[in-house]
Design a protein. Structure first.
Length: 641
């Protein structure tokens, strides 16, 4: 049995499908009953939906073909053709911004092989590839993720891209869809390139300039390179947390204001190590300075409280004494509309036990209900693993902010458990005033299919699994698998284990899975759509038809900082409509690994007017807007000078 958590060293026996033996499936990657099970799950969800009090009579449909987007994500060979359980299979992100100021949100897809791509939004759901003009391909690098942020406060979103041991890159936006590599001049070139992952832009010292926190995972590759030019993955990569010498410090860079960044990790007491793929920020003690939450995919997460811009102190035990063992995705948002930020953290690695893999992704519990992973982990984990995870949560965590400022973990109570999750994209998909959550899921080759989840917010009381009701699942045309790679058994691949005893070209089949996503209004029709970055395949462009189904009320808010950073990151926005209010913290966090420059979106339910919009800027300025507040528009708020 494959145990991806510990590292795959061998596979179970392969079996062959097809009369001519030209297609090969891994028994762990193929479930002959997957479609009947998905249909049963759909029927159960549709039946349950009849009693839901929240509006759900709308659908998403995949409009990839109509969009014109022809990007495809391609993994390195150590995550496909020569599969190893190595962190390469965590995939790549995507990020969104209006890069040329034309009012349409553009999408930058990140890739491991073949280059990244920037697709310009032409309006009406159509896109064009402007990667070559923009100069953003990085085709010679194994990229991981990207962040759009205005680092120089000139009104144009710049771009920061992370890679695996090939150097991270900062691009300055020159306008007109053109970028320039300024990495060396910015002081972001490093002698020793790390296994970088998520990157967070935030103004930690409130000087009006966006700083940068770069997550570094740890040593999961060797120094030699494979046939495709990527560094070869270690066979024991997922045991890396057991070896302190394999950790890599994440880096806090301070924006010095003259186009340069300086590593201030030591100076600020933030020399974090922890197999960290991603991070985010929030101001929980409301002192005006953003604090930092850093994930660990093999151990305890960390919460660092900002000490007035002069340093950071580990306050994890005070706020989050127990965190998931294998954290992947993270997002602060106001789940129950009480004006306080709650926290959702997804846990992938606690699900990666051979018992759960053998049980499958859609039929391993009665009633299709996901539960905590403790039963499987307790049966299978070694004594060392159990000791390391003794104080961890094994499964997702949802921390609900209490009146006294503490947090209560309620994921199982509110329906926030999912299977094989990566990241979360939060948005009000039915515009009822409560934010919903889209969770990208699944491992792909060589494992079974797992559904993406859309958790519809049940008026702050819990989540309703609605991916089948809303058309997210099953995927377009019911496809759950694809040709993952091909082998030439008569040529260069004749020594491959799957080519043994075969002739000619062989197609190896794997399941579909998603990695990153963003919730944005791609077609400017007033409702939130979804775009994904898949694993070894084209994206999904999931267009929401809510605005065609019924009249909706919403407000988009774009912040323009003056004393604060231009993007308004770190600001809290409160929209008041009569007796109701809606609160959002502007962190730019758009999905797994990625940060975007997008307007805040507020669903207003049945409200026909907005009474006021209150902005507490990261500079400390409190601004209240009471005029020019039409609904169903984009409201631009500039910070008072």
């Amino acid at each position: 049995m494959v145990l991806a958590f510990l590292g795959v060293t061998r596979f179970a026996e392969w079996r062959v499908f097809g009369e001519d033996a030209r297609q090969i499936h891994n028994p762990l990657g193929t479930n002959s009953n997957v479609m009947p099970l998905l249909m049963a799950q759909r029927d159960a969800q549709v039946l349950a939906g009849r009693s839901w009090p929240v509006f759900h009579d709308f659908k998403f449909s995949d409009r990839l073909a109509e969009s014109g987007i022809r990007f495809e994500q391609h993994p390195v060979e150590d995550a496909s053709k020569f599969y190893k359980a190595v962190h390469y299979d965590h995939g790549t992100g995507l990020t969104v911004a209006d890069i040329d100021g034309d009012g349409f949100l553009d999408v930058y897809f990140v890739n491991q092989r073949g280059g990244n791509e920037l697709w310009r939004n032409l309006g009406k759901g159509r896109f064009e590839n402007i990667t070559s003009k923009a100069g953003l391909a990085l085709a010679d690098k194994v990229s991981v993720t990207a962040t759009f942020a205005d680092f120089d406060n000139d009104g144009l979103p710049d771009l920061f891209v992370t890679t695996v041991r090939m150097g991270n890159v900062l691009f300055k936006n020159l306008g007109g869809g053109v970028f320039r590599d300024v990495t060396e001049a910015a002081g972001l070139s490093v002698k020793r390139s790390r296994h970088s992952s998520g990157a967070v832009a935030f103004d930690f010292n409130r000087d009006g300039l966006l700083d940068l926190f770069v997550c570094n995972v740890g040593v999961y590759t060797r120094n030699e390179k494979g046939q495709d030019g990527s560094y070869s993955g270690r066979s024991d990569a997922f045991q890396g947390w057991m070896f302190p010498d394999r950790t890599e410090q994440s880096i806090l860079y301070q924006n010095m204001g003259d186009g340069r960044f300086e590593d201030v990790s030591g100076k600020m007491g933030l020399e974090h190590r922890g197999w960290s793929g991603d991070a985010t920020f929030c101001d929980l003690n409301q002192d005006g300075f953003p604090d930092l939450y850093v994930l660990s995919m093999s151990g305890d997460d960390k919460y660092y409280e900002n000490q007035g811009g002069h340093g950071f102190v580990d306050k994890s035990a005070q706020y989050f004494p127990r965190t998931p063992w294998g954290s992947m995705g993270v997002k602060f948002f106001d789940f129950n509309r009480d004006g306080q930020m709650d926290l959702f953290v997804t846990d992938m690695h606690s699900d990666m036990t051979s018992r759960q893999i053998a049980a499958g992704s859609v039929d391993f519990t009665d009633g299709f209900e996901k539960v905590k992973s403790d039963p499987w982990c307790s049966l299978e984990w070694t004594a060392e693993q159990a000791r390391k995870a003794a104080n961890c949560i094994r499964g997702n965590a949802f921390y609900l902010r209490q009146a006294n400022g503490s947090f209560k973990e309620v994921s199982a109570d509110i329906g926030a458990e999912t299977y094989w999750p990566w990241g979360v994209s939060v948005g009000d998909f039915n515009a009822d005033g409560y934010e919903d959550v889209f969770v990208t899921s699944g491992m792909g080759y060589p494992l079974r299919y797992a559904v993406n989840n859309l958790l519809l917010n049940n008026q702050g009381r819990g989540f309703l699994e609605s991916e089948f009701v809303l058309g997210i699942e099953p995927r377009k045309e019911g496809v759950t698998e694809k040709v993952f790679f091909k082998l030439d058994s008569d040529g260069g691949d004749r020594k491959h284990p799957l080519a043994k005893g075969k002739t000619g070209e062989i197609e190896v089949i794997g399941t579909l899975s998603s990695r990153s996503s963003a919730a944005v209004d791609l077609d400017n029709d007033g409702d939130l759509d979804l775009v994904t970055n898949e694993w070894n395949g084209p994206p999904q462009v999931l267009i929401n038809d809510l605005s065609d189904r019924r009249p909706i009320h919403y407000l988009k808010v774009r912040l323009v900082g003056t004393h604060s950073n231009r993007d308004g990151l770190g600001a809290t926005v409160r929209v008041v409509c009569g007796s109701k209010s809606y609160t959002s913290y502007n962190d730019g966090k758009s999905g797994y690994l990625s940060q975007s420059s997008i307007p805040l979106y507020f669903g207003l339910d049945q409200a026909t007017q907005v009474d006021s919009v209150e902005v507490r800027w990261s500079s400390g300025t409190l601004q209240t807007v009471t005029s020019g507040l039409a609904i169903n528009t984009l409201l631009t708020i500039e910070e008072p000078r």
